[in-house]
Design a protein around this ligand. Sequence first.
Ligand SMILES: CC(C)(COP(=O)(O)OP(=O)(O)OC[C@H]1O[C@@H](n2cnc3c(N)ncnc32)[C@H](O)[C@@H]1OP(=O)(O)O)[C@@H](O)C(=O)NCCC(=O)NCCSC(=O)CCCC(=O)O
Ligand SMILES: Cc1cc2nc3c(=O)[nH]c(=O)nc-3n(C[C@H](O)[C@H](O)[C@H](O)COP(=O)(O)OP(=O)(O)OC[C@H]3O[C@@H](n4cnc5c(N)ncnc54)[C@H](O)[C@@H]3O)c2cc1C
Length: 659
Amino acid sequence: MAVDHAAAEVDHLAAERAAARFDVEAMKIAWAGSRHAVDVADRMARLVASDPVFRKDNRTMLSRKDLFKDTLRKAAHAWKRIVELRLTEEEASLLRQYVDQPGYVDLHWGMFVPAIKGQGTEEQQKKWLPLAYKFQIIGCYAQTELGHGSNVQGLETTATFDPMTDEFVIHSPTLTSSKWWPGGLGKASTHAVVYARLITEGKDYGIHGFIVQLRSLEDHSPLPGVTLGDIGGKFGSGAYNSMDNGVLRFDHVRIPRDQMLMRLSQVTREGKYVQSDVPKQLLYGTMVYVRQSIVADASKALSRAVCIAVRYSAIRKQFGSQDGGPETQVLNYRTQQSRLFPLLASAYAFRFVGDWLNWLYTDVTQKLEVKDYSTLQEAHACTAGLKAVTTSATADAIEECRKLCGGHGYLNSSGLPELFAVYVPACTYEGDNVVLLLQVARILMKTVSQLTSGKQPVGTMAYMGKVQHLMQSKCAVKTEAFEARALRMAVNCAQNIGQASNQEEGFYERSPDLLEAAVAHIQLIIVTKFIEKVHQDIPGHGVKEQLQNLCNVYALYTLHKHLGDFLATGSLTPKQGALANEQLGKLYAQVRPNAVALVDAFNYTDHYLGSVLGRYDGNVYPALYEEAWKDPLNETVVPEGYHEYLRPLLKQQLKLSRL
Ligand SMILES: CC(C)(COP(=O)(O)OP(=O)(O)OC[C@H]1O[C@@H](n2cnc3c(N)ncnc32)[C@H](O)[C@@H]1OP(=O)(O)O)[C@@H](O)C(=O)NCCC(=O)NCCSC(=O)CCCC(=O)O
Ligand SMILES: Cc1cc2nc3c(=O)[nH]c(=O)nc-3n(C[C@H](O)[C@H](O)[C@H](O)COP(=O)(O)OP(=O)(O)OC[C@H]3O[C@@H](n4cnc5c(N)ncnc54)[C@H](O)[C@@H]3O)c2cc1C
């Protein structure tokens, strides 16, 4: 019976695909960025999916130890394949993405290598990078401590220069100075970039980066004076537990002077501190780089969740016509559409703003190389703000997708619980989202205060220069309403802060409003970049129209959700707000026939999706049924514990009933 049912469902997704009004292959190119990007991603995804070592459907059932060992095995196998097949950097990084298991390699490539590239001198790069590139050393990024994460300047680990031996002495003076959280630190890394307070000639010069060896390259045991371990199990089963987030303490560990990362500042043989002519904020450069990549990752996680929820919603039927006709696909319910399609639109929005941010980051990096620091603030504001807004929205969206899949969404086999558990720490790591939005707010306040002095804001803040117009006009055009909302919220905050006894106190008092002003500014950027994208020449039958539609959905949904802001700032009238909502309903109807094809354009393999609900063929029910039997609990018909705990209880009931 299950088989008959399934056959009908396979047909059902085929019908959905046939109903699409655009060229899916061309949309794949628009999503991935180029034909080349589609092809490489496709090749790497299939390579991973077809290799039994990369199997991941049993991950939530493994013990922590087995899961960790499995992660080591996968990482080693991935490296072997990368070398054997002579994969390019682009191919290798995609292969790692599709292996889809958090592990030490993420931090090695994602933070250790970039930290040395960004903060090391040429000589240091020449020495350390080849070792890292060949995995002769494994590195992590050891910044956060037990007592401080957000407040980087509050870190307590010390690096005291000893001119007698030409060494730094790395020390953890307090319990709270223990390094705590770094990924890959607990069990895998041999080296770390350690952030510590530099002390020389009796003076504390604040936080600097140092390359420190932690474990023997012979037998992996911690070096003398180094205490190391894993910080313990984390949220969810499987999920981020494959990562060995670690604890690290130093007891007067000595490293040569030349292991201080010396691009930004140096300590001479005599112990003199010398500052280079570069801004000290470059110390935070690795974080800017990672935040930028986290935005692209948000669109990946969100698109996976949305792909699962859209396909399953096309399969799932619930209730029918009164006269006993066919049941309704839940995707046809207006409420399902109004919850799901904005998330689909957000996946595309985050993808395009992620591409733009990557361009901005590359541009800033090139400018830094010729000592042009003018766009550093813009890079910080955009990476921090977009990281915060996209990760928060994605975490909420994955949970919404779980609910959109009803009861089956709660099963591990749906893939959604694990996706959520792996994803949610993105709201915290690489900068707590609130802390990052307050950074954006500070820059907004600085920009507003400079408006009166005639300094023209640039980049993504340029719209604030139209202050006279935006503070007064009624907004007819969508982007103008977003600009007016963001500017007016920022100006309101600035005025309120101005009434406080001092600037800092005012900022502190108004921080909840500042947070909202920062979100408004970042949402404007996302909407603007989506609009810019759809104004480009986009080939393929119907592709541009679909993207135009999704862009409108994203903008109008955001407007609808934050209507209070738009009305309170007078950026829209209540009538305009109501019209926008009307329009949104019409747009959903246009998305409906294209929904399945729009998620097909993400081009994800079933292996990468890891979801029985999101299968490409829509054969959901037999897969769910089959998956259940794989649970270790089903290995025996009568459960372990029956004889100890169930049988005596049942016997006792029997005796009682006989009384
Ligand atoms: C919150 C701040 C930004 C505070 O910085 P601060 O220097 O104490 O204070 P401030 O007076 O507000 O700022 C001074 C100044 O520095 C600027 N600035 C701050 N950050 C950056 C940046 N990244 N790039 C460029 N500029 C930056 C600010 O705008 C200020 O500029 P200004 O003086 O006003 O011109 C910072 O400390 C921070 O970034 N905290 C978050 C910590 C964090 O992100 N940790 C990440 C650890 S690694 C990790 O989590 C890896 C996970 C990855 C994974 O597992 O995948
Ligand atoms: C899975 C995971 C992986 C990680 N990997 C690494 C790694 O590889 N290397 C590394 O060095 N670190 C790593 N971290 C640490 C991470 O970067 C920090 O946890 C993060 O920066 C947040 O800092 P915190 O823990 O100190 O939070 P806290 O700052 O203590 O946050 C607690 C609360 O206080 C609020 N808060 C804090 N400051 C302010 C403020 N000024 N104004 C208003 N509210 C405020 C926050 O919003 C939050 O609600 C990782 C963390 C996680 C969860």
